[in-house]
Design a protein around this ligand. Sequence first.
Ligand code: ACO
Length: 336
Amino acid sequence: MIKSIIRGTGKFVPPNLVTNKDLEKILDTSDEWIQQRTGIKQRYWVSPEGVTGASDLGFEAAKQALDAAGWTAEDLDFIIFATLSPDIMFPGCGCLMAAKLGLNSTPALDIRQQCTGFLYGFATADAYIKTGLAKKVLLVGGEVHSSGLDKSTRGRDVTVIFGDGAGALCIEGVDTKDCGLLASALHADGNYADSLMTELPASRLPHRNPPGLPLDDPRYFPVMDGPSIFKKAVRLLPKVTKEVLEKAGIGLDEVDLVVPHQANKRINQAFGQFLKLPEDKIFHNIEKYGNTTAASIPLALHEAIEQGRTGKSGETVLFVALGAGLTWGASLYRFL
Ligand code: ACO
């Protein structure tokens, strides 16, 4: 049976380190508040002078993943790019990154599912592989949040959590059994779209950028009802975990490591407590990178493998995420 197997991973963050102390200098916050409420100590933001889009960060992570897989870009027959912060309105980052990889006809698809983008991307890659539409897929999550954040005290709840970065996976269809992507469970509820969104520019308006609006109008920046998203995450992430375990027909005790979306360390700790998971079964790197949205799971997976926390044949990882949309989901992967 054809299964989707991870052949290589990659990660990239821009060199510009921004600590919580740096943020104290530009808005009313404190290192103590950020660490206590989120677990974040620092994040990387692209240089404000440079011209760096999500596809540039994705390109760097993609090159690493290709090297790790022993593939060249020409080996790819499908590209999926997950981002909420595309370089430009259109075309999508998948096309832009494919051109940077030197490709000129490989199909490329963008996914706009925010923090759940990686899970939707992996499930999509799997569907393409299982239906024979693709064999070697590059899945990238990449975000440049920093150029779109409200860096005044008004936006502090959102601005302190987001970091820029990218993660990439090379995924291949292999005839095998009992390993690869075992199951995915995906959900969306657009009734809560306004609990986390950036409203402008908006095609639903007569002018996408309404004339006369100041550039610091709050609608140009992400706004979030943090406490309500937090509560939804704590309730829905364990629920979707049970769903995906049932789909795969395995028990939680068979999961060796959870690599969750890195939105808030407290969310992942509450998730672990609810499911009675030992602390060392949950991988965290939010302290170094903040929330890199679609990049966060592939970036965390890359580090977990690098650190020897997962990646051995037969080991099973659970991915789980919730984000804007609302979107949420989980998937289970077993290494070949
Ligand atoms: N520094 C200092 N004080 C702050 C900051 C800050 N950066 N941000 C908010 N505060 C203040 C608030 O003004 C409030 O003050 P008040 O009590 O005087 O009114 C107080 O801190 C508490 O604010 P809350 O919003 O209730 O703080 P909370 O503990 O909920 O933490 C946070 C906020 C970190 C945003 C949390 O709600 C959270 O992580 N929510 C979920 C985020 C998430 O998972 N998002 C989805 C993924 S992102 C995506 O999909 C794009």
